[in-house]
Write a protein that binds this ligand. Sequence first.
Ligand code: TRP
Length: 328
Amino acid sequence: MDKTQRTASGMRPTGPLHLGHYFGVLKNYVELQEKVQAYFFVADWHALTSDYADPSMLLANTEAMVSDWLAAGLDPDKCVIFRQSALTEHCELSLLLSMITPVSWLERNPTYKEQQQQITNKDLGNAGFLCYPVLMAADILLYKPQYVPVGEDQLPHMELTREIARRFNNFYGPTFPEPQAALTPAAKCPGLDGRKMSKSYNNGIFLSEDMANIEPKIRNMLTEPSRKRRQDPGDPKKCNLYPYHELLSSQEEQAEICDGCTKAQMGCVDCKKIFLKNLAAFLEPLHERRAKWTARKGAVAEILDAGNAKARAFSSVTMQEVRQKMGL
Ligand code: TRP
């Protein structure tokens, strides 16, 4: 990787980010801003594809998410932070790509089928939701990136993006490189109740949360189901908390915990204490950076304004090329 290369990625502003977001994707953002030219955006149009009925939280969620990005270490001097909806280039390219995207590609997309079935509290029969991956392909291809940091759940969308790029290049001549997903090596972050960590399950640990809030949640957190009493030997592989030790605890601590758990020498209470200590150390710099940014009134809006202009400088050049190649 080098600074002649690019990365582009976005997240839907659905609320405050949790540890799953951090270890799944955001950590990758922070690393990539050092290595390549980086474009990171708030995918607010994508949020509307499913939450169109009530957009009242969109602005607040945007502000909260960008604050989390800054707290995690994204630096507006090192990467471009912007808002999808501020760049009409994204919807123009999305429209043009929709001309060459067969509806069957969209209908057979596994993420589409899955969400249509699983999400029952809103109607996802709208055209915008079907075209979600076309807009995502536009978001990406505008920046001609080599790498796209995403969670594993986004891999079908990445495949579609490459298929759309290939089809474009076939019709109109070489234009878009085929971007690769940049995945973080299997970060497993179960929710406090063992289900997937998610805002809607209220089972998360949020980046903006302070330890006083987190501690009681961890005290009540489910650990190893077969370890009912301290004298029962446990299996870290079956424990809800252990994946966090793999992310936050030292090798020595991990060895000590594994040993103590399997031999019933360390109880879950002590194991949780080690976790809380390491979590506090992990969150401290995030909280410091957040405090620094929130002290500057209007910082997020300023960052987005400046980022929008920088993103437009790149994407508008891509659009000129695309219009010309498509005979416009
Ligand atoms: N679909 C992504 C998600 O839900 C968000 C997204 C929109 C995105 N456009 C993108 C991710 C472009 C990467 C690149 O997380």
